[in-house]
Design a protein around this ligand. Sequence first.
Ligand SMILES: Nc1ncnc2c1ncn2[C@@H]1O[C@H](COP(=O)(O)OP(=O)(O)O)[C@@H](O)[C@H]1O
Ligand SMILES: O=C(CO)[C@@H](O)[C@H](O)COP(=O)(O)O
Length: 492
Amino acid sequence: MFLGIDAGTSSIKVLVLDDAHRVVASADTPLELQRPHPLWSEQHPEDWWTALTLAMQRLRDQGVDTRAIQAVGYSGQMHGAVLLDAAGGVLRPAILWNDGRSGAACEALMRQPSFLAASGNLAMPGFTAPKLMWLREQEPDVFARVATVLLPKDWLRWRMSGERVSDMSDASGTLWLDIARRAWSDDLLQMSGLRREQMPRLVEGNAVAGQLTPKAAQELGLTAGIPLAGGAGDNAASAVGVGASRVGEGFVSLGTSGVIFCISAAHQPNPAQGLHAFAHALPGLWHGMSVMLSAASAIDWAQRTLGFASVAALFAAVEALSPAQQDESPLFLPYLSGERTPHNNPHASAVWMGLRHGQSNAQMAYAVVEGVSFGLMDGASAMGATFDAARELALTGGGSRSAFWATLLASGLDRPLFLPEHGDVGAALGAARLAWMALGATPQEACAAPGAADSARRFAPQAALRERLLPRHQRHQRLYRALREEFVPAAD
Ligand SMILES: Nc1ncnc2c1ncn2[C@@H]1O[C@H](COP(=O)(O)OP(=O)(O)O)[C@@H](O)[C@H]1O
Ligand SMILES: O=C(CO)[C@@H](O)[C@H](O)COP(=O)(O)O
C-alpha cells in the first residue's frame, strides 16, 4: 500500500492506494488560517502535524492497516515559508501563499536588472523570496536565526525523516530556483540575502527523499524505515492525480486557490499577465499555470458571510435560482486576497456591484460562484496558446464536488471538463502515486492507473448558458478596469 499526504490550505488529507493501486481509503482534518493583520495569512507547522496524526487515526478507524504502507508521497500548498533555526526549531508561524504583506519586497526584486531573466516569473507576494525579504526588514532578529527555509510539505517530511529535501515543482515557487536547469540559483538566493546552505537538497518528485524515523513511525502508526518520496507542490501533484502526464494535458483546480495548469516540454516563461512557469514534479517536464488567489475560499467566505449552513447548502440555493434570477444577480469581483493571474495586483479587493432591493442572498452567492468562474476564464485567456493545446481538461479540488459549478465553468471556458474518479482529492492521489513511482512505477503506469479518466464524469459547455454568461463576463472585466485605480495598498 502507498500513502499520499496532502498538506492543503483548508485541511490535511491522507489517501491510501492498495497493491492494485486503487484508492481504498482517505481521511482529512480541517485546518484554520490565522490572519492577525489584514494582509497576513499564517498557519503553525505544529498544527499541520497534529492534523496529520488525527487524519492517520481516522484511516485506522476505517480499518486500514497503516503498518502495511510501503512508501509515503507528499503534496502541499506551495510557496509557504517555514523557518527553522539551527536546532530545527520553528522560528515563527509559516507565512502562506495567500499572504499579501510583501508587496514592497516584490517591487524591490523586480527592480533588480537580472531578476526576471533569472526567475522567469514575476515577483508576487505569495512567493517565498519576497517573504524572506519582508522578514529581513521587519523581523531582523528572526531572519538572523534562519538556518533552513522549508516549504510546507517539506517540513512534514523533515518531521518524519530529519531530512531537509524539496522537489523541483515546489522549489520553483520560491523564486530561488533556476527552473530550466532544475538547480538552486546562487544569484536569485543572493537577491534575498540568503545562501545555498539554507536551502534543502533537491530531488525529482518521484525520487526517494528519505526514510521514516522510528519516532515518527510510532506517532503516525506507520512502519519505521519506509521510503519517503520527493512529492510535489499541490498543483503538480494534482496533475499526477488526475492522470495528466503528457505535454498539453492539464486541469482546472477549484481548491482554496483556482488554478489552470498545462504540462509543457520546456521551461516557457510568459510572465506578462502573471502566469507561472515552473518545473513539473516528473523529470524532464515543466508546466504553465494561471493562479487565482481566492476560488473555493471565496465560496467559503460567502457561505459564512451570507449565513448558509454549509457550502453544499449555498450551492443548493444557487442551483434553485431561475436563469432570469441569475441574470439579475449582482456582479462580484473575487479579489479577497488581491490577485495574481492575470492582474498581478496585490491591492485588488472584492466588490459586489449592482445590489438592489429584492435580491436574495442566493443571488449574492451566485455572483460569487460566477465571479470566481470569470476569474478562471481570465486566467485561461492569459494562458493563450499553451492552454489551447489541451482540448479537454480534468477538474480537481474540493469545488469539483458541485456539478452546477462544473457546468458553469465548462460553459464559460467553452471547453469540456471531466471529473476523474477521486478528482476532489486529486493532489492526495498524486502524492500516493509519487510514492508508488519512488518504488519503481513509471510515470505513464502510475498516471494511467485505475481512477484516472476512464471512469470520468463529463461536463459539456452549454451554448445557451455561455450566451448568458459572456455579456456579464464583459461587464465584469470592465468593472475591474474601472476600479483598478481605486485599489490602494491596505495597511499590513
Ligand atoms: N459540496 C461542495 N461543493 C462545492 N465545493 C465544495 C463542497 N464541499 C467543499 N467544497 C469546497 O472545497 C474547498 C476545499 O477544497 P480543497 O481542494 O480541499 O482545498 P485545499 O487543497 O486548498 O485545502 C472548500 O473551500 C469548499 O469551498
Ligand atoms: O499559490 C498557489 C500556486 O501557485 C496555490 O495553488 C497554493 O499551492 C495553494 O493551493 P490550494 O490549497 O488551493 O490547493
